[in-house]
Design a protein around this ligand. Structure first.
Ligand code: G3P
Ligand code: CA
Length: 393
């Protein structure tokens, strides 16, 4: 893979992937590489839900419900997580941020302006403020300024009501869950459904929160130990865009670890803070992947690192990332698949309404053909059908 573009801090849009990667591409990965690898490794496409045998027993491609079934319910609510399970998702994702009193709660970011009704609470009006998080200024309300008891008076709401109007039906129905509530819920659901409930847990802005005295990793490790998810074969992945957070977790627990990778020209924020000059483009070289494999079991690249888009937003030729990561023993869980035209590659959009569904199956087929091990999806039912199509092709 090539590199050389300007080195900038990681800046990711809230919903979409970062810009197209500036990579050299391979001659093209053979279609069906996933099946070939499954045959090599004895990993069938569907072994159930990985009951008790670690992440290598999960179905491939693994469908990870991104923030729950966030295409259908307000994200990071028990309603969104439960719906994802009902749809058959193999794994349910949580993003974690802390409260003022050190509880881990499930939110995509500490700014809760867009995903709760905090703006409707006059008692919290004075807490609206502007903060710089990972080099970016935000104005709103922030979890670290609320105790858990205060946060629990808020209600979750749909992040993108203009695109997902139907989800607003559920606005106000659920509170912001703590991670401990999710762990309890997952145990209960596991007993009820007779299978392990897999989680995929991300530390958000770990360097920023550590600077506030609210380090995430120790708190997370403590909860994982309390609920028995700290072992190499536990039904959990731990993930972060900051390799330093993943390395810290590797010293605290044995759970499987995944390094998230944003756009090729970005730098993980802990690298920015520590002066490490490496970019994501450096991390996706064979040497970079070997370094990741020294402490983690997988990577979570933006889909654009797997198949870059051209200037018009159409899919081009796959990079060598899948082959190179597999050569280092790393699995790949790219992000994020969504059914709406607004989030699909240009060649898979249908019509001109950005909120209408495009050819999500066509796009998923292209991604699965690269040999990825799983995908984060807002629409896990769609991804599951596409995975079944792919397995049966
Ligand atoms: O963690 C995988 C994927 O969720 C990364 O994107 O920004 O939605 O957390 P983000
Ligand atoms: Ca995430």
């Amino acid at each position: 893979m090539t590199q050389g573009a300007p080195r900038t801090p990681a800046r990711r849009t809230v919903l979409g992937a970062a810009g197209a990667a500036a990579f050299g591409v391979s001659a093209g990965l053979a279609a069906g590489a996933g099946a070939a690898r499954a045959a090599e490794t004895g990993r069938p496409h569907d072994r159930g839900h990985g009951h008790g045998r670690g992440f290598r027993s999960l179905p491939v491609p693994t469908v990870i419900a991104h923030r729950g079934a966030s295409g259908y319910r307000p994200e990071h609510t028990l309603g969104s997580y439960r719906h994802a399970l009902d749809l058959g998702a193999h794994v349910i994702e949580q993003d974690l941020v802390p409260t003022k009193d050190g509880h881990l709660v499930c939110r995509h970011e500490n700014d809760i302006t867009g995903t709760t009704d905090v703006a409707d609470h006059p008692e919290f009006a004075a807490r609206k403020t502007t903060k710089t998080v990972d080099g970016v200024a935000y104005t709103g309300w922030f979890t670290e300024d609320f105790t858990l008891a205060e946060l629990k008076t808020l209600r979750a709401k749909e992040r993108i009501p203009g695109t997902r109007q139907e989800n607003t039906l559920y606005d106000g129905r659920w509170t912001v869950p703590t991670f401990e509530e999710v762990l309890r819920w997952a145990d209960e659901e596991g007993r009820r459904r007779g299978r392990e409930i897999w989680l995929h847990v991300e530390t958000k802005h770990p360097t920023y929160f550590r600077s506030l005295g609210l380090g995430l990793e120790e708190r997370l490790a403590k909860l994982l130990r309390r609920y028995g998810r700290h072992r190499a074969d536990s039904a959990v992945f731990l993930q972060s865009f900051e390799p330093g957070s993943v390395q810290r977790l590797s010293k605290l627990v044995d759970s499987p670890l995944v390094v998230l990778l944003s756009g090729a020209n970005t730098r993980p924020w802990d690298f920015v803070e520590s002066g490490d000059p490496r970019t994501v483009a450096d991390l996706v070289t064979p040497a970079g992947l070997r370094w990741i494999a020294s402490y983690a079991q997988g990577i979570g690249p933006t889909l654009d690192l797997v198949i870059p888009k051209d200037a018009a937003g159409r899919l081009t030729t796959p990079t060598t990332l899948v082959r190179d990561a597999h050569a280092e023993g790393l699995i790949l869980h790219p992000y994020t698949q969504r059914n709406e035209n607004a989030f699909l590659p240009a060649d898979f959009r249908r019509g001109t309404d950005p909120a209408a569904y495009g050819d999500a199956f066509g796009a998923l087929r292209r991604y699965f053909e690269t040999g990825i091990d799983g995908v984060f999806s807002d629409n896990p039912d769609t991804a599951l059908l596409a995975a079944a199509d792919f397995a049966g092709r």
